[in-house]
Design a protein around this ligand. Structure first.
Ligand SMILES: [Zn+2]
Length: 268
């Protein structure tokens, strides 16, 4: 047998096999004697624990990098405004007890998705409905689930742009996102065209049996007692798809204004 040159951190064991000095495992394995002649050697290389651990750590790091890149990609598709990337459970101020329901929605996503269970988040201006929905979006994106958060003003703007692309656009909103979040229902233009398109988008999700989350400043009474047919059929669909949750957390905008006022008082 030729002379073996030992690397640093290697030693020849009593078993005649090369060993790793760090973990003590053999770095060689003897082959079945009947293959020695055929292969021209009696042993083959094997990875010691250190090498296996290093390979595993490298694979984990590669996977973590892939995951971060995918999460960033999904976020840039989901949100139009990058500040919404920060609407996460970690950044919640803990003042809205209903936030537990948002966490629960993310945790039980598979079940919610299967049952096509969405949410209707209603309540006054500045109570944190959009933040609530944004936390769900970011929570699901962290699980690499495609979400789109938009509003009807934006959807209508896109739809006005192209007549031919309308069906395609609505199909895209329906098929490409496991969850669609529509922020601020009721703030869009109240025209026949607008209401028709709002209905189309909602109805298309309903027919595809895919969940929808809607936030609105409208009260549940306004939703249950629609003023006319076009509104009525929109709200009826929402009633079939979405569990209403009243959000009346402390207004985050008011809170912010109060803080600003206090720091101002300290100044003067
Ligand atoms: Zn080792």
């Amino acid at each position: 047998m030729s002379e073996i040159i030992l690397e640093e951190n290697e030693y020849m064991g009593d078993d005649g096999l090369l060993h790793c000095a760090v973990c003590g495992e053999a770095k060689e394995q003897l082959l079945d004697p009947k293959f020695h002649h055929l292969l021209g050697r009696d042993r083959h290389y094997r990875h010691c624990k250190c090498e296996r651990d290093a390979a595993e750590a490298e694979a984990a790091e590669r996977e973590a990098r892939r995951h971060r890149a995918e999460v960033d990609r999904l976020r840039s598709v989901c949100f139009t405004d990058k500040s919404m990337w920060e609407w996460t459970f970690e950044n919640d101020n803990g003042k809205n007890p209903k936030m537990e329901l948002a966490r629960e929605y993310v945790e039980r996503w598979e079940d919610r998705y299967r049952k096509n269970q969405g949410l209707l988040l209603w309540g006054g201006v500045g109570t944190g409905k959009s933040f609530f929905a944004g936390c769900i979006a970011n929570g699901l994106i962290e699980k690499e689930i495609p979400v789109r958060m938009t509003n009807f003003a934006e959807i209508l703007n896109d739809l006005m742009g192209s007549y031919e692309g309308r069906n395609e656009y609505v199909r895209h909103l329906t098929n490409n996102y496991s969850l669609l979040i529509i922020d601020d229902l009721g703030m869009e233009r109240n025209t026949e065209f607008a209401l028709e398109q709002v209905y189309n988008v909602i109805d298309s999700r309903w027919r595809a049996k895919k969940p929808l989350i809607v936030t609105t400043n409208l009260s549940i009474e306004q939703i249950q007692n629609a003023q006319d047919m076009p509104h009525g059929r929109i709200y009826d669909r929402l009633g079939e798809m979405c569990v209403p949750i009243r959000i009346h957390g402390k207004s985050m905008r008011a809170e912010k204004a109060k803080q600003n006022m206090e720091s101002f008082r300290q100044l003067v």
